[in-house]
Design a protein around this ligand. Structure first.
Ligand SMILES: *Cc1c(COP(=O)(O)O)cnc(C)c1O
Length: 426
């Protein structure tokens, strides 16, 4: 699907059936694959031939879905993982190990923050978190001799700040490291970070890509553009022989296009095993077929909801980059000209109790920790994800006791707005 538009890639990318083969992606529900001789098998184990042998490493259904996402993002290679968390972890751990350091935006998903600041720190990898709008001096000062990557989100969940991808990419490259971008909220329909200089893109496919709240999953896409061989002592895992694969040097054998993903598959997936099930990859592929149609509606609904809330006298503030006057509006015009995402956050006037009362009255919007699927869902962080915190503690992490995270689904916008309207009445 090389020369087609993104809508066509959503529908037909990744899997091209041969004569008489199934139109829809087949679910290869098999742990193992049969070979005629032990020699055939040995070639696979030595990475001398490509093929499937065990679904803990690779499975054809997963690869069809990964290939589609790879086309959508404009990458050179991609792999699925069992969750977005696994994708974020692998994307960093593939190039950083004990004793290394990574620079990350402070505006990232709470789960990723915890993975980096707590769990990966215990593995000996240190992170420095920088504000996405820090000065160049502060940015430069965050890098160390042992820094291996920069990590940030296109649209941060739930801060909804828009990343200046070109600036982050230039900064990472000037320090000889790749930029990894979590593109979950924007999706490749609204932004393709590789076109702006990002080197690796990760996704929680659990969100808009699946789009129906049906399957947890993740994906890593490599641009194939970062030249690891310029810094062989910094990226020894990619540029020197891998003893666990009979001395394969990934950059030599698989080129810049294939080295990073082949290493992540043949080492990390082999050893850590966070594979997505073929059933979930099939469901993900169904979601991808309509991603371009759905994203448009998510954004239209969110824009209508944001404008309604912005004009409402019971609302203290609305955060949505599609609103004029939003601090990220200019960046959004550059990176997200066709829309951002369906998630809006806002603050209700009054106390924590007023927010709780509002939540109780909602009927169309359902209370769920999820975001970014077909159903409108809403969360009051102070009484859910951040419930153990006092009002003062909440404010210190950028959330007010009255902050509401509202994820606009695919219902009729008038129904969503009518629901908000009645819930805001006394
Ligand atoms: C949900 C989410 C994740 C984690 O993904 P899971 O599929 O839940 O593991 C990572 N990044 C972002 C931006 C997310 O919204």
């Amino acid at each position: 699907m090389a020369n087609t538009k993104i809508e066509t890639k959503c529908v037909q990318g990744g899997y091209v059936p041969g004569n008489g083969e199934p139109r829809q992606v087949p679910i290869i529900q098999s742990t193992t694959f049969k070979y005629d001789t032990s020699e055939d098998m040995a070639k696979l184990f030595d990475l001398e031939a490509s093929g499937y042998f065990y679904s803990r490493l690779q499975n054809p259904t997963n690869d069809y879905a990964a290939a589609k996402i790879c086309e959508l993002e404009g990458g050179s290679a991609a792999m699925l993982t069992s969750s977005g968390q696994a994708a974020s972890f692998y994307s960093v751990f593939n190039i950083a190990s004990c004793g290394d350091h990574v620079v990350a935006s402070s505006c990232i998903y709470g789960g990723t923050y915890n993975l980096f600041a707590v769990t990966m720190k215990r593995m000996g990898i240190e992170f420095t978190f920088i504000s996405p709008d820090c000065t160049d001096e502060e940015f430069n000062a965050a890098f160390r001799e042992n820094t291996k990557a920069v990590f940030a989100e296109t649209i941060a969940n739930p801060a909804l700040t828009v990343l200046d991808i070109e600036r982050f990419a230039n900064m990472a490259h000037s320090h000889g490291v790749p930029l990894i971008v979590d593109n979950t909220f924007a999706t490749p329909i609204n932004c393709r970070p590789i076109e702006w200089g990002a080197d690796i893109v990760v996704h929680s496919t659990t969100k808009y890509m699946d789009g129906h709240a049906s399957g947890v999953g993740g994906c890593i896409v490599d641009s194939g553009k970062f030249d690891w061989t310029k810094y062989p002592e910094k990226f020894p895992g990619l540029c020197t022989p891998d003893a666990s694969y009979h001395g394969v040097t990934y950059t030599e054998r698989f080129g810049l296009e294939g080295a990073y993903i082949t290493k992540a598959t043949s080492q990390l997936m082999r050893d850590l095993g966070s594979i997505q099930s073929p059933q979930n990859a099939f469901i993900l592929n169904l979601g991808l077929e309509s991603l371009h149609v759905r994203m448009k509606r998510h954004c239209e609904n969110a824009q209508a909801v944001a404008e309604f809330l912005d004009a409402h006298d019971k609302i203290a503030s609305v955060n949505y980059c599609g609103l004029e006057g939003n601090p990220c509006h200019e960046l959004a015009k550059k990176y997200l000209p066709n829309g951002s995402c369906g998630v809006v956050t806002f603050e209700i006037k009054g106390t924590r109790a007023d927010a709780e009362k509002f939540m109780k009255k909602l009927r169309v919007a359902i209370i769920a920790t999820h975001v970014a699927d077909a159903h409108t869902c809403v969360l009051h962080p102070a009484s859910a994800t951040h419930r153990q915190m006092s009002d003062e503690e909440l404010v210190s992490c950028g959330i007010s006791p009255n902050t509401i995270r509202f994820s606009c689904g695919l219902e009729n916008a008038e129904d969503i707005i009518a629901d908000l309207k009645q819930a805001l009445e006394d």
